[in-house]
Design a protein around this ligand. Structure first.
Ligand code: DPX
Ligand code: MG
Length: 561
């Protein structure tokens, strides 16, 4: 039976796997929100602002594989764009839906609110094209099915955000009924001929090497290649290192796990085994200034076999149309076991340094926080680490089987972790969500703690209060890196407003921290924020080294004219 465009969109979102949509209402999208709500496919989740709305959707996509957020024109979409840029950078398919002016106003003499005060209403759609893999604007209702299907299909195929603009008078227009889900969920397949060629050539090379190893990259998760990577690790039986933004994408409990490869911030001797190898299979890896520790840790090119999301580069050949998970799965069948790197690793693996327990009454320090959080982490834990020394602290947490780790190293937006963890918790209600977030980061997106209160989400946040922007201090210091201190524990209480179950603690030593964690574990009805006060100079040496390397890279003078 005929339906409406809003209902069509709701069905397609549900068919794509969206169960919740994150929203900030505005008069350009209210009719659409009614339609999205008027069905039992989707549950509406309100956010305090559009940046957090987009980041909540990004976090939901980390848990659920796809997400949607709905905002109003310009004043909503513009800040959502910041979170959408992050979703693009992190390969997360977030569907950004924005209301927009009535189609009759386009080309008319009308000037409208929430616009630049001109007659041009196309600027938002033009901007959206730059930060999505597909952008559509439904100016003619009859085009809605085609445009909606195209955008959602692209999000699923490319694992990138898309943009759907819905003028305020379009959502309630009649529309053909949506077709089968397969029209939008058809997965991409590898070119079989090139796949076999790539696998045969690569297997010959790998089997001819003395000491191959594997390096896991951040794209393994979005492109659903973690299990194929594990298959290859098991059949090759070599050492496996992971990039810092691929932590937990290979189980750290696996006997062949060899740590995080991140230059001097590497763990467990990973850098030594990568440098020792004569064949590094880089699966879904990207090397940026941040993830290569300021260009100081790049695997020797001559030894690299690079497997990207849809192509394989090996010696001087490039095989396009070969999907990451297919290649890894097929290669696993063709390689011979070669545990030379495992034998070598046993020789070079550094002693795992147990962090000694601090005197419980001594002033709290970074290491004691890591030691106690280590004891909190279990198989159901997902640990979020925000941009800051939290990255380096989080890298030192050893993850038990099935524990997950979430980082935003490509976009690197401070404050991302609070709304992203909120959205993730909606998408993965059975996970124990734990957040490491710095004081500076927390100040960017604190509002979404109130939504955690509203939805009774037992997220535990360790707020590392070192009185300022310590990463920036190490990259390049100045008065601008000092920030106004807040009473963080009190803010969280304020979000309760007499009815919530949030708890806030300010801790200054190991004893107080242990007590706060004990209470946090008991608080199943709401978020718990533990403000950990540490000395502003108490940061990891890895951060200091990393900060100097990145600072040097930033400061490189322009090439000679
Ligand atoms: C200001 C900035 N980066 C610049 C920046 C500025 N604005 C946005 C949105 N994202 C960014 N990364 C960064 S890393 C601060 O040191 C973060 O401070 P905090 O959260 O307190 O963590 P640390 O103290 O451990 O560094
Ligand atoms: Mg700080």
């Amino acid at each position: 039976q005929p339906t409406t465009i809003g209902h069509y969109l709701a069905v397609r979102l549900a068919q794509a796997g969206v169960k919740h949509h994150f929203v900030v209402p505005g008069d350009y999208n209210l009719g659409l929100l009614d339609k999205l709500q008027y069905n039992n496919y989707l549950e509406e989740v309100n956010c305090a602002n559009e940046l957090n709305c987009a980041f909540a959707a990004e976090g939901y996509a980390r848990a659920n594989g796809i997400a949607a957020c709905v905002v109003t024109y310009s004043v909503g979409a513009f800040t959502a764009f910041d979170g959408i840029g992050g979703a693009y950078a992190e390969d997360l398919p977030v569907i950004l839906i924005s209301g927009s002016p009535n189609t009759n106003d386009i080309g008319s003499s009308h000037l409208l609110h929430h616009t630049l005060g001109t007659h041009d209403f196309s600027y938002q759609y033009e901007m959206a094209k730059k930060i999505t893999c597909a952008a559509v604007s439904i100016q003619r209702p009859t085009e809605a099915p085609r445009l909606i299907d195209y955008a959602i299909k692209m999000a699923l195929l490319k694992k990138k955000p898309v943009y759907i603009e819905v003028p305020t008078n379009v959502a309630s227009q009649p529309c053909a009924a949506p077709g089968p889900a397969s029209l939008i969920t058809e997965p991409e397949t590898s070119n079989q001929e090139y796949l076999q060629m790539a696998v045969d050539i690569s297997a010959k090379i790998v089997n001819g090497k003395q000491k191959p190893v594997l390096l896991a990259g951040p794209k393994l998760r979005s492109f659903k290649a973690e299990s194929a990577f594990l298959e290859l690790a098991n059949s090759l039986n070599c050492s496996v290192a992971v990039m810092p933004n691929a932590k937990s994408f290979f189980p750290e409990s696996h006997p062949n796990y060899a740590g995080i490869y991140w230059g001097q911030a590497s763990t467990l001797g990973a850098e030594s085994i990568i440098n020792w190898s004569d064949c590094i299979i880089c699966a879904g890896t990207t090397f940026t200034d941040y993830s290569s520790n300021g260009w100081t840790s790049l695997p020797p090119k001559a030894n690299v076999l690079h497997v990207d999301v849809d192509r394989v580069t090996v010696s001087d050949a490039e095989f396009g149309g070969v999907l990451l998970r297919d290649f890894l799965h097929e290669l696993a069948k063709k390689v011979k076991a070669n545990n030379a790197s495992v034998v070598e690793y046993k020789r070079i693996r550094p002693e795992s340094l147990e962090i000694p327990m601090e005197n419980p009454k001594a002033a709290l320090n970074r290491k004691e926080i890591i030691r106690q959080v280590q004891n909190l982490v279990n198989q159901e834990t997902t640990l979020f680490v925000d941009t800051g020394d939290s990255w380096f602290g989080g890298m030192r947490i050893t993850l038990p089987e099935k524990a997950r780790f979430e980082i935003e190293m490509q976009w690197g937006h401070i404050g991302w972790s609070v709304p992203s963890a909120f959205g993730y918790a909606i998408g993965a209600p059975k996970r124990n969500v734990v957040v490491f977030v710095g004081d500076g980061s927390f100040q960017e997106t604190v509002q979404e703690v109130s939504q955690m209160v509203r939805l009774n989400l037992p997220i535990i946040m360790f707020l590392i209060n070192n009185r300022g922007y310590t990463i920036e201090v190490e990259i390049h210091d100045g008065p601008y890196n000092r920030i106004k201190n807040w009473d963080y524990a009190a803010i969280v209480e304020a979000f309760n407003a007499g009815e919530g179950h949030a708890k806030g603690f300010r801790v200054g030593n190991g004893h107080e921290l242990a007590e706060a964690i004990r209470q946090a574990k008991e608080n199943s009805q709401g978020p718990t924020l533990i403000e950990c006060n540490i000395d502003q100079d108490d940061c990891s040496k890895e951060l200091i080294n990393w900060g100097h390397n990145v600072g040097a890279a930033n400061g490189k003078p322009p090439a000679k004219e």
